[in-house]
Write a protein that binds this ligand. Structure first.
Ligand SMILES: [Zn+2]
Length: 433
C-alpha cells in the first residue's frame, strides 16, 4: 500500500522521501538469538534479507532510506536526555520511563482519555513506575542481552523511542505522512507522538495512514488462530494453473481499500489472476497490426480522458485503489469495443502506452503477454510461450518425418503442462494453455 501511495505522490509531481525503518533489537529477537546460539545481527540480517526478497517479488521499490534502530543509539540517547531535561521522563536504577500523565495531549491519536484507560488497564505491579501507563525509553542491560553505553549505564532502547529518533533524524521534527498497521495506533504511535511532540513542542506527523488487517474467512490472521501464512508460502504453494505471481498478488491487494480488512482467499487470488489475464489479452491484441478510421483516435482519447479522471478522483479520495482499478477495467472494456470497430496500429500502440504509464503507478501492466505467461509459468517450472511454440514445431517436424514416438513424447510433455494441441487437416497444429 505504501509503495503505491509513494508512486502516486511521485506521479502527481511530488518529490518523495520515503523512510522505512527496521526495529533490529527487541525482546523477541534477543530470545530467538539466545535459543539458536547466534547473534541478534544474524537473526535480523536473515529476516531483513527475506523481507527484501519478498518485497522485490511484489515489485515494491526500496525506500529512499532504510535505517536500523541499532545504528541510531546516539540519537535515541539524546532524545531520551531531552525528555528527562523537560521533566517528561525519569530514571530509576538504569531504566528510563516516559511519564505519561505529564504529557497533557496523550491519547489524541487513539482518541482515548487517560482516565478510561487506567480504569480498564491491568494492574501494573512494576513499582519503579510512577504511573501504570508509563513506558520504557531505556532498559538497563540484563545478562545475555546486547547493550549500548548511556548516561544511565549499559542498556538498550525501548521500542517506541527508536521510531521517534529515526523518523526525526531522517525526516525532520515535523514530516507529512506516518504509516503503519492499525494495531500500532495504540500504544505505539500514541507513544511516538508523546515522545516527539514532548521533545520538540512541534507537530510530529501531519497525517497518519493506518492499514487494516488481513483476514482469513472473516477471522483475523494470527499465529494463535493457526491461520497464519507468509507471502513466500503463497508463492511457493501455488500450482499451475492457479499460480500466483507478484503482479497477481499485487492486483489482489490493491482491489481492496487499505483501510478495510483484507479478506484473503484462494477465490480472490483466482479473480485477480483472471482480471490480469484479461488485461494481458487486451495488450496482446493491441500489439497486433490493425486498421481503422481516424475518428477512432478521438474515441480512444475520450475513453482515456474519462479513465484518467476516475483514476485520479479515486486516488485523491484517501487512496481509493478499488475505484482506480475500476477505471482500468472500464478502459479495457471501451478499448475492446474500439478494436471490434477497427482501430489502426498507431492508435493501438498509444492505448498500450497509456496502460503502461498509468499502470506504473500501481506497479501493474509492465509486461508483454508472453512475459506475463512466462512469469506465471516460471514460478512452477513451466515453459514460456516461445518454448512451447518451439516444442510444437518440433512435434510437427517429427510427425512429418514419421517419427511418431518422438511426436507422442512431445505431446505428452506439453499435456503435462496443461497445454492442449489441436491438429489441423493441413498438418500444422495450434495450441493453447
Ligand atoms: Zn514505529
Amino acid at each position: 500500500m505504501f509503495d503505491v501511495i509513494r508512486r502516486y505522490l511521485e506521479h502527481s509531481g511530488y518529490c518523495v522521501e520515503f523512510v522505512k525503518n527496521f526495529t533490529d533489537v527487541d525482546d523477541k529477537i534477543i530470545k530467538r538469538a539466545n535459543e539458536q546460539g547466534v547473534s541478534c545481527d544474524q537473526i535480523t540480517g536473515k529476516f531483513i534479507q527475506a523481507y527484501h526478497d519478498d518485497m522485490g517479488r511484489l515489485g515494491v521499490r526500496p525506500a529512499s532510506i532504510e535505517p536500523k534502530a541499532t545504528e541510531h543509539m546516539a540519537e535515541i540517547v539524546q532524545l531520551t536526555e531531552t525528555l528527562i531535561a523537560k521533566g517528561l521522563a525519569y530514571q530509576v536504577n538504569g531504566d528510563v520511563y516516559f511519564e505519561v500523565p505529564k504529557y497533557s495531549d496523550y491519547g489524541r491519536l487513539s482518541k482515548r482519555r487517560l482516565d478510561d484507560r487506567q480504569a480498564g488497564a491491568r494492574v501494573d505491579v512494576d513499582e519503579r513506575k510512577r504511573d501504570p501507563m508509563d513506558f520504557a525509553l531505556w532498559k538497563s542491560a540484563k545478562p545475555g542481552e546486547p547493550a549500548w553505553p548511556s548516561p544511565w549505564g549499559q542498556g538498550r532502547p525501548g521500542w517506541h523511542i527508536e521510531c521517534s529518533a529515526m523518523s526525526m533524524k531522517h525526516l525532520g521534527e515535523t514530516f507529512d505522512i506516518h504509516g503503519g498497521g492499525m494495531d500500532l495506533i495504540f500504544p505505539h504511535h500514541e507513544n511516538e507522538i508523546a515522545q516527539s511532540c514532548g521533545a520538540t513542542g512541534k507537530e510530529f506527523a501531519r497525517y497518519w495512514i493506518h492499514n487494516g488487517f488481513v483476514q482469513i474467512n472473516k477471522e483475523k490472521m494470527s499465529k494463535s488462530l493457526g491461520n497464519f501464512f507468509t507471502i513466500r508460502e503463497i508463492f511457493e504453494k501455488s500450482e499451475w494453473p492457479e499460480e500466483v505471481t507478484g503482479e497477481i498478488l499485487r492486483y489482489f491487494l490493491l482491489s481492496i481499500h487499505y483501510h478495510g480488512p483484507l479478506d484473503f482467499s484462494d477465490q480472490a487470488l483466482k479473480e485477480a489472476k483472471q482480471a490480469l489475464d484479461g488485461f494481458y489479452d487486451l495488450f496482446n491484441r493491441l500489439s497486433e497490426a490493425g486498421q481503422g478510421s481516424t475518428d477512432t483516435n478521438g474515441d480512444l482519447q475520450l475513453a482515456i480522458g474519462i479513465a484518467k479522471g476516475t483514476f485520479n478522483r479515486g486516488m485523491d479520495d484517501d487512496f481509493n485503489t478499488p475505484v482506480a482499478l475500476a477505471a482500468f477495467q472500464q478502459l479495457r472494456g471501451e478499448i475492446n469495443t474500439l478494436i471490434r470497430k477497427g482501430i489502426s496500429t498507431e492508435v493501438r500502440k498509444e492505448a498500450r502506452e497509456e496502460f503502461r504509464s498509468l499502470g506504473k503507478v500501481f506497479g501493474l501492466f509492465q509486461l508483454d503477454r508472453w512475459q506475463f505467461n512466462l512469469n506465471v509459468g516460471r514460478e512452477a517450472g513451466f515453459s514460456s510461450d516461445l518454448e512451447v511454440q518451439k516444442m510444437v514445431d518440433e512435434r510437427t517436424a517429427a510427425k512429418k518425418a514419421k517419427d511418431f514416438k518422438r511426436a507422442d513424447a512431445i505431446r505428452q510433455a506439453l499435456t503435462a503442462q496443461g497445454i492442449i494441441i489441436e491438429d489441423r487437416p493441413d498438418g500444422t497444429s495450434r495450441w493453447k494453455r
